[in-house]
Design a protein around this ligand. Structure first.
Ligand code: ASP
Length: 439
């Protein structure tokens, strides 16, 4: 059994957190490859080391004195090293970093040092080899990620190592220039390592016990999801549920490696297991509920629209030409409604309306903003009658008007559109009917 374990920033924010991580790793011999993030927040107003590095480097490139800022970063690591009682120093590394900052090594280089240094501390603490991600995670000349070469480099290097620490978030081009993934990218690194070593499991340790059925800021004490498929996860993430970086899914999914989201602060919890497919039914008909606010709807109305060949295409063309992505498109006999994200639509609104007028000469165009979409997602729906009925009765009981309904043919989700004011109540009503009142 081989496991890759990735630890997020809050799991490594202090010596206390490091000790919990040490215990987790020592508890299971299969946890052989460790991918750390940079130290995150120790308390809610704290600053992540990655953000401190960005800030410090900006000061450096502005030609100002950045020594105090760099010293503060060094202190964060020193506190961890001292708290762990390690006979180990990062002094020389900080000297090199200071020089490179002066030389203008780049924003990505600066940010990557958070993981690089934390990886070194972790390797010293666990007494296992450190592998610099710059040597084994490869980016192309144009800055795009090179998955093939990375997989070769990583599997070659790790095949000789029984155990290792590989810092997350960054890699390098062939010439050594450091490049980072987007924020939260250590999740991707963990996934790449799991693929390269053919891991049986990719454990992603964070500060929550997996995915919750509903957003805890809306539903207090939401229960968590035990097992979820990649497809379900994709539906929920699209609607804003986020625990894992989206790009972390592809490498392991392709290789059939499950991901287990675990909580460093509650290691006894099983967390959420993400799998390609499963016979295990979820406890409830639904797996999760997620929603996003901030949609606008444009309804185009024209008598006899249904018999006008090419009508929809012409309307859609307008959105394409204006570079606005369409999220949903419910239609009636003489109407079609287009849902778009308000922030991408707003500034182009008048141009789009005039283009639609020119393209299809509608009788009427109606605009509605401040809409929210809520997805009720679950593989269990396919085999259960009455899911839609329960959704609408829950919303009706909560006095919520449904503005739109959309069920994909896969029967994996039902999306409802509601007014912004009803958004949170709608999620609570759905949670109540599916999770609290009926199993
Ligand atoms: N440290 C980086 C960030 O804060 C990457 C990560 O933690 O995954 O985004």
């Amino acid at each position: 059994m081989k496991k890759v374990v990735k630890f997020g920033g809050s799991s490594l924010a202090s010596a206390e957190q490091f000790k919990k991580v040490g215990e987790i790793i020592r508890e299971d011999k299969a946890r052989r490859y460790v991918v750390p993030s940079a130290p995150g927040k120790r308390f809610s107003k704290d600053i992540k080391v990655t953000d401190m590095l960005y800030d410090c480097y900006e000061t450096a490139v502005a030609g100002k004195d950045f020594s105090d800022k760099l010293k503060k970063i060094q202190e964060r690591y020193q506190e961890i090293i001292d708290g762990l009682g390690l006979d180990f120093s990062l002094k020389d590394d900080f000297k090199i970093i200071e020089e490179n900052f002066r030389k203008g090594a780049g924003m990505d280089y600066a940010a990557s040092r958070g993981e690089f240094l934390n990886g070194k501390v972790m390797a010293a603490y666990l007494d296992i080899p450190f592998v610099d991600a710059a040597e084994v995670v490869r980016f192309n000349e144009d800055g795009s990620f090179n998955d093939e070469v990375t997989n070769e480099l990583l599997s070659d290097r790790l095949s000789d190592l029984e155990r290792a620490v590989i810092p997350g978030f960054y890699g390098a081009k062939e010439d050594g220039t450091v490049v980072t993934f987007s924020r939260g990218g250590s999740d991707i690194s963990g996934s790449l390592v799991a693929l390269a070593v053919h891991a049986d499991l990719y454990e992603n340790w964070t500060d929550v016990s997996g995915f919750l059925i509903a957003d805890p800021r809306i539903v207090r004490n939401s229960k968590s999801i035990e097992i979820i498929t990649y497809k379900e996860l994709r539906e929920l993430s699209y609607m804003g549920a986020s625990v894992l970086h989206e790009d972390a899914i592809f490498p392991v999914r392709k290789a059939g490696i499950p991901i287990n989201i675990r909580n460093t602060n509650a290691p006894q919890d099983k967390g959420t297991l993400i799998v390609e497919s499963t016979c295990r039914k979820s406890k409830y008909t639904i797996t999760g509920i997620a929603g996003t606010d901030g949609f606008a709807a444009i309804t185009v109305e024209k008598a006899m629209m249904n018999s006008e060949v090419g009508f929809c295409r012409k309307v859609l063309q307008v959105f394409e030409d204006n570079g606005v992505s369409i999220e949903h498109m419910p239609s009636g006999i003489d109407t079609m409604t287009i849902f778009v994200r308000k922030d991408t639509f707003e500034e182009k609104e008048q141009k789009i309306l005039s283009d639609i007028n020119k393209a299809v000469h509608p009788d009427h165009i109606e605009l509605e903003s401040d809409l929210a979409l809520i997805a009720v997602v679950g593989r269990g729906m396919k085999s259960t009658r009455g899911t839609a009925g329960r959704i609408f009765s829950a919303l009706a009981h909560a006095h919520i008007n449904v503005k739109m309904i959309d069920q994909g043919s896969s029967e994996l989700n039902i999306i409802v559109g509601v007014r912004h004011e009803d958004f949170k109540n709608a999620i609570r009503a759905l949670y109540e009917i599916f999770v609290l009142t009926q199993l």
